[in-house]
Design a protein around this ligand. Structure first.
Ligand code: HC1
Ligand code: SF4
Ligand code: SF4
Length: 572
């Protein structure tokens, strides 16, 4: 450790700590904008300056040294910070009242905390370009403050690099290669750039009004389903602590919004396990297309299409859970309820922006009908609840509708990295052994390590060498190791977002300061596993409604009808 002085008080920190971190640990809140832990350290905004001797230095890149004397709150420091923020505001589209980030904007917070009351500059503005081409992500350069946080998320963390700095000086913008529309770029729609953006320069393509319109149309039967990860994060939009489970309130709210049926995508997750588990066993048998790679993350699927097209045959042919469920709503349920599938609208509430892209994919439609019609993010659902004036926190818990409303514990853990693998192993092991398992928790695939491995020995003598990876940067590493022949697996779970869907690009946005203090991934994951433990049925194949679906309608897993309705091929 080393000792140094902050505002006349001695601080002891481990060597290598930045002054910004040290001060914050000490309870001194230095404002910042471009700094995002583990993602961006460009010190470009100069809002976090401190005085060291006669000099003003950005504290986010300044490493604390023995005996250093730091002043964080002098007239000179305050003036410099204000000048930096005023400069940003001078070239900022200040339509705050109608901005999607209003109330949750870091630039608003910093300007307000620095008591900035007027911005005198009235000169030329830089790029005002807006890009609405992507079905998932909207870019608005007029709001961009060039902090580079999105570039760090997309380039360094995800290794996609769809957006980066372009041009110079006053003309500098964050853009795609050659300024192409985002829809034509290598962007995989993961939304991690939105999560990193401190302002409203990146946001999801909103479909709230599309859903309100369908709800208001008496000719339409509107069904909603909710992803596993939404229930452990939605509460944050209403001030509840990170990691609060709000499943029952969420269902109650959806019913009050006017949906005709409130189904659970967890049912679809159980169905995926039945299909994908069977697929895994058959590939193990034939030895073809191993490792089997999960295909429920549309960000990962698109990443494969751009970067590893020769490996597309390894992807599971299973549609993702909410797509399987959409397909079941428009076939099995429609038939049972006597409704023409043409009049059914399926809305998915997802923690994810890429699901908007997935929902519109041609491969996920049948006879001219998409399996899923609209995808709303967790944030959009919160906006609808607020618009409807519901007192969310005080809603009484309600239960999902049947026959597509029950999911097992294995289904809910899909929301966290490792969950799909664990759910599959719970089922595959039991199916092959023919007897019930006592230990059903595969802890080796849990947790936040980038790449996790485990080997499962089946009673048949077969082995499943399993890898679990989250975050596309880690996925690329693993793929390259496999291409080199350094690694061999039979089964691979990949989720594009770090931590899995719990930190998907459609989840409540957590500002940079809060994400330093609270381990968001860990808290939401804990809630996911608690939700699993709270279920009486914890294995997909034991879900009574899944059994009934196969008995009454589908026949066998991977059977003829299942193939027609629940599987697809990505062949880009
Ligand atoms: Fe996911 Fe999935 S887990 S992809 O992360 O397989 O979005 O939550 O709904 O479809 O079930 C997302 C979450 C979600 C699907 C499931
Ligand atoms: Fe990059 Fe993901 Fe944003 Fe696309 S959505 S620009 S891939 S971070
Ligand atoms: Fe969407 Fe989940 Fe994939 Fe992220 S990990 S892109 S939230 S499906």
């Amino acid at each position: 450790t080393i000792k140094f002085m902050i505002d006349g008080i001695e601080a002891e920190v481990t060597k290598g700590t930045t002054v910004l971190e040290a001060a914050r640990n000490q309870g001194v809140d230095i404002p910042s904008l471009c700094y995002l832990k583990e993602i961006n350290h460009s010190s470009s905004c100069r809002v976090c300056v401190v005085e060291v001797g006669p000099r003003l230095i950005a504290s986010c890149t300044l490493i604390a040294e023995e005996g250093m004397k730091i002043q964080t709150n002098t007239q000179k420091v305050r003036d410099a910070r204000r000048a930096s923020v005023e400069l940003l505001l001078s070239d900022h589209n200040q339509e705050c009242l109608s901005c999607s980030r209003s109330g949750g904007c870091e630039l608003q917070d910093v300007s307000s905390n620095l008591n900035i009351r007027k911005v005198t500059y009235t000169g030329e503005k830089s790029s005002q370009e807006k890009d609405y081409t992507s079905p998932a992500i909207v870019r608005d350069a007029s709001k961009c403050i060039l902090c580079g946080r999105c570039v760090g998320a997309c380039g360094t963390m995800q290794t996609v690099g769809a957006i980066s700095f372009a041009k110079r000086g006053f003309d500098t913008v964050i853009s795609t290669a050659f300024g192409r529309p985002l829809a034509e770029s290598t962007c995989v729609n993961c939304g991690q750039c939105i999560m990193a953006c401190p302002v409203g320069a990146l946001s999801e393509r909103e479909n709230i009004d599309d859903v309100w319109d369908d709800l208001a149309d008496p000719a339409k039967y509107v069904v909603v389903q909710t992803a596993p990860a939404v229930r452990v994060a939605l509460g944050e939009e209403f001030g509840l602590p990170v990691g609060t489970r709000v499943t029952g309130k969420m269902v109650a709210a959806l019913r009050k919004l006017g949906f005709d049926k409130v189904f659970d995508a967890n049912f679809g997750a159980d169905l995926t396990i039945m299909e994908e588990g069977t697929e895994l066993l058959s590939r193990l048998g034939s030895g073809e297309n191993l490792p089997l790679m999960t295909s429920c993350c549309p960000g990962w699927v698109k990443f494969m299409e751009h970067n590893f097209p020769d490996r597309l045959g390894n992807l599971s042919t299973c549609k993702s859970p909410h797509e399987m469920e959409g397909s079941m709503v428009k076939s099995f349920f429609a038939k049972k309820a006597g409704i023409d599938p043409k009049n059914i609208v399926v809305v998915s509430i997802m923690p994810c922006t890429a699901k908007k892209y997935e929902g519109a994919r041609e491969e996920l439609s049948r006879e001219g009908l998409q399996d899923v019609d609209w995808v709303l993010t967790t944030r959009e659902l919160a906006a609808m609840i607020k618009e409807a004036g519901l007192d969310f926190v005080n809603l009484k818990d309600e239960a999902f509708d049947n026959p597509i409303g029950k999911g097992s514990g294995a289904a809910v853990i899909f929301g966290a990295t490792g969950g799909v693998a664990e759910a599959a192993l719970r089922t595959v092991f039991e199916i092959t052994s023919g007897k019930a398992l006592d230990t059903i928790e595969y802890t080796a695939v849990r947790g936040m390590e980038g790449i996790k491995e485990t080997v499962i020995d089946l009673p048949t003598g077969q082995r499943i060498r399993t890898a679990v990876v989250h975050g596309l940067g880690n996925a690329r590493k693993l793929m390259e190791a496999m291409e080199r022949g350094d690694k061999t697996y039979d089964f691979m779970e990949v989720m594009a977002c770090p931590g899995g869907c719990i930190t998907g690009g459609g989840q409540p946005i957590v500002d940079a300061g809060t994400s330093e203090r609270i381990d968001i991934k860990a808290e939401r994951a804990k809630a996911i596993y608690t939700e699993d433990e709270a279920q009486t049925v914890r294995k997909s194949h034991n879900n009574p409604y899944i059994k009934a679906l196969y008995e009454e309608f589908l026949g066998e897993p991977n059977g003829h009808l299942a193939h027609e309705l629940l599987h697809t091929h990505y062949i880009k």
